[in-house]
Design a protein around this ligand. Sequence first.
Ligand code: ZN
Length: 185
Amino acid sequence: MAIESKLPPETAPPLRATVKIADQLGICQAALIARGLPACQEAQRLEIAEVGADGREQRLVEPAAAAWRALKAAASADGIALSIVSSFRSIERQTEIIRRKLDAGQAIEDILTVCAPPGFSEHHTGRAVDLATPGVRALVVEFDQSPAFAWLAAHANDFGFRLSYPVGNAQGFEYEPWHWCFHER
Ligand SMILES: [Zn+2]
C-alpha cells in the first residue's frame, strides 16, 4: 500500500514526492517520525556564496550567503581561515548519495545517522554549510579541536549561524562540528 495515501491531506506536493523516494530507498517512515526530523524544502533561488579553491561553486540563498560573507570576513580579521566544503544540495543529489551507500552494502539505518533522508537535509534549504579550515581534514570530528571551531562557537551565532548537530542531538545524527545552519535573526 502506498505510504502516500496515509499522509495528511495538507501535505505539500514536494513532501509527497520525497515520501515516494524514501519508500524506494527502504527508509522507514515511522522511524523518521519517531526522530522528529523536520521536512526541509528545496531552495529555489540561490546565489554563489563562494567559489572554492577547487573551482566548485558553493550556493546559498541570499540572506545566508550575505551572512556567510560577513562571518568569513570577521573570522579572517581574527586570523581564522574558513571555507565552505558543502552548501546547497538538491533532494535528487541526496538520493544519489544514499543510493551509492546502499550499493556499497551499508544498512539504511546506519546511513541515516550520518546522512539525512531526502527531503530532510538542511542542505536542501540553501542555509546550511559544512565548513573546513586549513590543517584539519574536512568533515572529521577533530574539526572541533581547531581554533576555527572555537571561533565559530564564540561568534557564529552573531551572524545567525548555529551548530545543528551537537553531541547527543535529539534528531539522532552523529556529532557534526562542521555543519552550521543560518537562521533568520
Ligand atoms: Zn552538512
